[in-house]
Design a protein around this ligand. Structure first.
Ligand SMILES: *Cc1c(COP(=O)(O)O)cnc(C)c1O
Length: 388
């Protein structure tokens, strides 16, 4: 299917292949290998002279359907599906970087990404400089002669800081570096980073693309040329997406647009309600006019998204009281689910960061993160209201 179709249409129809059985819904091909008609055909497939499946570490038709559907939605030439969001980031780095290269990254990244850059890639001679998510001048100042990759995530977790993708892409271009954007929080429904000048998109499909908290998966997207070494790394080392998970994500993509619209509408309603609560000192949501980068957010993304953070008066004790007085909300760090989740970042997702670094990042002890689900907002408000 071509990109001339609207996103809603691509989400339900792009990348569909039919088998000889004329099934209407996408089939799940649970097979690790594929057979050949002859020795000659096997030989041609193995040397790449004839297209076709060989072995599921290389390709699988259900995974290919997912890749083509997500590529259509992001407007990317190619998508490479992976076993998780983290293996997507690893595959992108291993495919595109080498020892001696340098990364400039936002300091407001998913915790495991920071760990990957600081503790894993460093062992292989790739160094990372962390800079402010929002101050473009810091990205410019961090450039070294060996800088090959810029990496950011917007909105950030949990404070929903907005990085200016177009401005940071321009800085990356000026030094010949690639810009990778982790588009997990917005999905292509709300934000299309390639159109803003990014070169690579990363997804944790585990979150909104699944949308119901069932399986892990990820994806790397970009030009055919950039994806070739990324795919090469996966094919050799094996953190590929399973056919079962790809089938779950294919079905998730079909409802992504209506879910993202509902997550966004519910989040805005909750954020406005939180701003009215006397024991809430601050609300962080890009869709609120009070958000410091509201104008940029509304240019760059269609809505404020599905994550709301807020600070309660009284520090950790007060925050824990709000969490412990909920009866319905799920106390878990996952996000992008139909079920609303509640987290205390300072003692969970960001607990291993030093208190000084946490304070510098603005993650106070009174901060609570809500990943807003699809329940009636009155029920979510009543649940939060008890502790507040
Ligand atoms: C969850 C997440 C990841 C990691 O994805 P997994 O599927 O858990 O490996 C990466 N980036 C962001 C922004 C995430 O929220």
């Amino acid at each position: 299917m071509t990109e001339a179709y609207q996103p809603e249409t691509l989400a339900v129809r792009a990348g569909r292949v039919q088998s000889q059985f004329n099934e209407h819904s996408e089939a799940m091909f649970l097979t690790s290998s594929f057979t050949f008609d002859s020795a000659e055909q096997a030989a041609k497939r193995f040397i790449g002279e004839e297209p076709g499946n060989i072995y599921a570490r290389f390709t699988n038709p259900t995974v290919t359907m997912f890749e083509e559907r997500l590529a259509a939605l992001e407007g990317a030439e190619q998508c490479v599906a992976t076993a998780s969001g983290m293996s997507a980031i690893l595959a992108a780095c291993m495919g595109l970087l080498k020892a001696g290269d340098h990364i400039v990254a936002s300091q407001s990244l998913f915790g495991s990404t920071v760990n990957l850059f600081n503790n894993v890639l460093k062992k292989f001679g790739v160094e990372t400089t962390f800079v402010s998510a929002t101050d473009v001048a810091q990205w410019q100042a961090a450039i070294q002669p060996n800088t090959k990759l810029f990496f950011l995530e917007t909105p950030s977790n949990p404070l929903t800081e907005i990085s200016d993708i177009a401005a940071i892409a321009a800085v990356a271009k000026s030094c010949g570096a690639l810009l990778a954007v982790d588009n997990c929080f917005c999905t292509p429904i709300l934000q299309r980073p390639l159109e803003l000048g990014a070169d690579i998109i990363i997804h944790s499909a585990t979150k909104y693309i699944d949308g119901q908290g069932r399986v892990l998966g990820g994806a790397v997207l970009g030009s055919k040329k950039l994806m070739e070494p990324v795919y090469g790394f996966l094919r050799t080392t094996g953190p590929t997406m399973s056919a079962f998970n790809a089938w779950v994500f294919l079905k998730g993509l079909e409802t992504l647009k209506i879910r993202m619209d509902a997550h966004s509408a519910n989040s805005l309603e909750l954020a406005l309600w939180l701003e009215q609560q006397p024991n809430v000192s601050r609300v962080f949501y890009p869709g609120l006019p009070s958000h410091p980068q509201h104008v940029l957010a509304m240019q760059q993304q269609k809505t404020g998204g599905g994550i709301v953070a807020f600070e309660v008066k009284g520090g950790k004790q007060a925050a824990w009281r709000v969490i412990d007085n909920t009866q319905m909300l799920s106390i878990t760090a996952n996000l992008g689910d139909t079920k609303t989740t509640i987290t205390h970042p300072a003692t969970t997702t960001h607990a291993r960061i030093s208190p000084e670094a946490r304070a510098a990042a603005g993650i106070t002890d009174g901060l609570i993160r809500i990943a807003v689900g699809l329940e009636a907002q009155i029920d979510v408000q009543n649940d939060l209201g008890r502790g507040l």
